[in-house]
Design a protein around this ligand. Structure first.
Ligand SMILES: [Zn+2]
Length: 240
């Protein structure tokens, strides 16, 4: 492997396994201040599944169910966040316009192995971004049910940033498998969880990550839950 493709020494940090979220455990009460100790870049959600989270350069934004992005205080709580300190391993520019399938295939071809984690920051112009956010939920409502109430937004001819991660398929109980990206407009006023996009000209920065740091919540909800159920289908339904 060439030197410029050496994996980052920073771990990928998860404040809880995604399975806890899939099972409707939405109140882990982990402050953003704790998340920020582990990274300056990433995504997640907030307690009571109150919108989508995107973190860029240490700034956390909450994208509420109306698609608007709000800066949030460090005291705000999350049940699930994925972060790292972003230091791209390599960067590639896609100048041409691409539909979603072509874009995904090009991204896939960039990743040297499907068996590592990657952080991805994709900045530039998009002909279309289709994104969603979710309205605040009651604790214990299964994620697949909550996500069925998602609100969708369309951004046309938008400048902005997709931020997120690739996770190997066999780690689906810990983090959303495959690509998971959240969008934030250039003016940082709107965004959401990416459903589909068409790119016009973007720069893709990739950070290879070969270490995982996983915190397990110490809440009563987490400690007493049976995680024996196979949640793959529910997670797939909730994230697409
Ligand atoms: Zn998401």
């Amino acid at each position: 492997m060439p030197a410029e493709r050496t994996a980052s020494s920073h771990p990928l940090y998860l404040c809880a396994p995604v399975n806890a979220l899939v099972e409707g455990i939405y109140e882990e009460n982990i402050p953003l201040a704790e998340i920020k100790r582990h990274g300056d870049f990433g995504l997640g959600t907030f307690d009571d599944l109150d919108g989508e989270m995107v973190m860029l350069a240490g700034d956390v934004y909450q994208i509420t169910a109306d698609g608007e992005a709000h800066g949030v205080a460090d005291a705000k709580h999350t049940p699930f966040a994925v972060v790292t300190f972003f230091e791209p391993t390599f960067r590639v520019t896609f100048d041409e316009a691409m539909d979603y399938d072509t874009f995904l295939a090009r991204l896939d071809a960039l990743l040297p192995s499907p068996n590592l984690f990657y952080a991805l920051r994709i900045r530039g112009r998009f002909d279309l971004v289709r994104a969603r956010s979710v309205p605040k939920q009651h604790n214990y409502r299964p994620l697949s049910e909550a996500a069925a109430e998602q609100h969708e937004f369309r951004f046309e001819n938008a400048e902005g940033c997709l931020a997120g991660f690739y996770t190997p398929a066999f780690m689906a109980s810990l983090n959303v498998p495959g690509l998971h990206l959240h969008f934030l407009t250039q003016d940082r006023l709107r965004g959401g969880h990416l459903l589909e996009c068409r790119t016009r000209g973007v720069t893709v920065e990739v950070q290879m990550l070969h270490t995982l740091e996983l915190s397990l919540p110490m809440t009563h909800d987490y400690l007493t839950r049976d995680f024996g159920r196979d949640t793959a289908a529910d997670l797939e339904a909730a994230e697409k």
